[in-house]
Design a binder for this molecule. Structure first.
Ligand code: TYC
Length: 94
């Protein structure tokens, strides 16, 4: 009889998009970026921005690897176009 393997499918690894504080990017720009690319309302975006400002970094959202990489690119491009040094990265959760 053919060997039967139990097929276990693990949920995919998720990635958190982390934004870093700096001394130059305006708070308002960060709030707008978080609203626009991470689909947060203004109040939530402001809370996340203030957390980054105070703690040095903060999580803007958790996504599959490709989506997280796209978010990072979108933030980097928006910051570059506006001439701000805002930095953002994605890393595996846990
Ligand atoms: N620290 C910046 C300021 O005082 C604001 C800021 C917040 C910058 C969050 C980047 O990811 C950031 N203007």
């Amino acid at each position: 009889m053919a060997e039967k393997k139990l097929q276990k499918t693990k949920p995919p690894q998720m990635y958190q998009v982390v934004m870093l504080n700096d001394d130059y990017t305006p708070m308002e720009f960060v709030v707008v970026v978080i609203q626009e690319f991470f689909n947060k309302d203004r109040e939530t975006a402001t809370q996340i921005m203030l957390k980054i400002h105070l703690d040095g970094k903060g999580i803007c959202g958790v996504y599959s690897r490709d989506v997280a990489a796209t978010k990072v690119q979108q933030v980097q491009e928006a910051a570059r176009q506006a001439g701000h040094p805002l930095q953002c990265l994605s890393e595996p959760v846990e």
